[in-house]
Design a protein around this ligand. Structure first.
Ligand code: 13P
Length: 301
């Protein structure tokens, strides 16, 4: 069966493996709307950087479904003439059906997150996703252990990934692996102990394979760099860009620019502009940390 995704997109396999080999990381940026997508794509193009555009199931629902996301991304890639490698990725797909739906509708990469399931079930379902994805040249991410985060108002630490489970998961034919290494989605709480480099080292020693660091927002630069040196080749960012957008929008409103009737400061094209620019500035900063800036030409398409 042929590829379903547009010719402008690539899957994320080659870019993440190039990063793994050359000790840098590909930025995975979660998108929320048109402005977000355009800001991220323009920054990738202007800095010659390969990237992954990602949508959670929640973001897909918010934007109107997979067809809307695919249509928006494809059309922006064409009209902005984006030539750097870009993958469109499902983030934390909760079921085999959701992964298949995204593949059938033009995603070039999917994550199956069975970390909430018993391991054998997680493994079997990941295998099923891999089998389907390979038929359409789509890359696959799976997860072992779990990423910490907020649930019912309480921020949990997550569960460390187990090297033996990592080995078995890699054997399914996935392209990169997310593992719990003390990382947490959302802002890091005061009690956070930092990334668990011991565990990261043990997992990497067992698999020699690209790892994904979820919860990339708020991890200090030295820890990001150390994680990359130990095998992390994809860093997921959501909250950091949301905070940059929020801060700039808040400043605009607190300066009463939105109520300036003469300048039409209420026009969404003006109201959302500072946030849009803040996303671009923050993203530039992050891809510099990750070392992926300027790497577009070395990725095999
Ligand atoms: P943050 O929101 O903490 O950046 O996490 C993003 C993420 O891991 C998406 O999968």
């Amino acid at each position: 069966m042929p590829k379903i995704y547009s010719k402008r997109l690539v899957n994320a396999r080659n870019m993440v493996h190039d990063a793994f080999k050359n000790h840098y990381a590909i930025g995975h940026f979660n998108i929320n709307n048109l402005e977000w997508t355009k800001a991220v794509l323009e920054t990738a193009q202007s800095t010659n950087t390969p990237i992954i555009l990602a949508t959670s199931e929640g973001a897909i629902k918010y934007m109107g479904g997979v067809k809307v996301v695919r249509g928006m991304v494809d059309a922006l890639m064409e009209t902005l003439d984006i030539t750097v490698p870009v993958a469109l990725h499902l983030d934390h797909g909760q079921s085999v059906e959701m992964a298949k739906e995204c593949i059938d509708n033009g995603y070039s990469s999917v994550m199956f997150d069975g970390s909430h399931l018993p391991f054998e079930e997680n493994l079997a379902k990941a295998k099923e996703v891999v089998e389907y994805a390979k038929q359409h040249d789509v890359s696959v991410e799976a997860e072992i252990g779990s990423i910490g985060g907020e649930e019912d108002g309480v921020v949990g630490e997550g569960e460390l990934g187990d090297p033996e489970q990592a080995k078995k998961m890699v054997e399914t034919g996935i392209d990169f692996l997310a593992a719990g290494i003390g990382n947490i989605h959302g802002p890091y709480p005061d009690w956070w102990k930092g990334l668990n480099f011991d565990q990261l080292g043990k997992i990497e020693d067992a698999i020699h394979f690209p790892l994904v660091m979820h919860g990339g927002s708020g991890v200090p630069q030295d820890q990001v760099e150390k994680a990359i040196s130990l095998g992390v080749a994809k860093v997921n960012i959501n909250t950091e860009l949301q905070l940059a957008f929020q801060k700039a929008t808040r400043e605009y409103i607190l300066a009463n620019k939105d109520t300036d009737m003469k300048a039409k400061g209420f026009d969404p094209r003006k109201l959302l502009k500072p946030g849009y620019q803040a996303i671009q500035a923050e993203m530039k900063n992050l891809i510099e940390w990750m070392g992926s800036i300027g790497k577009a030409d070395q990725i095999e398409k």
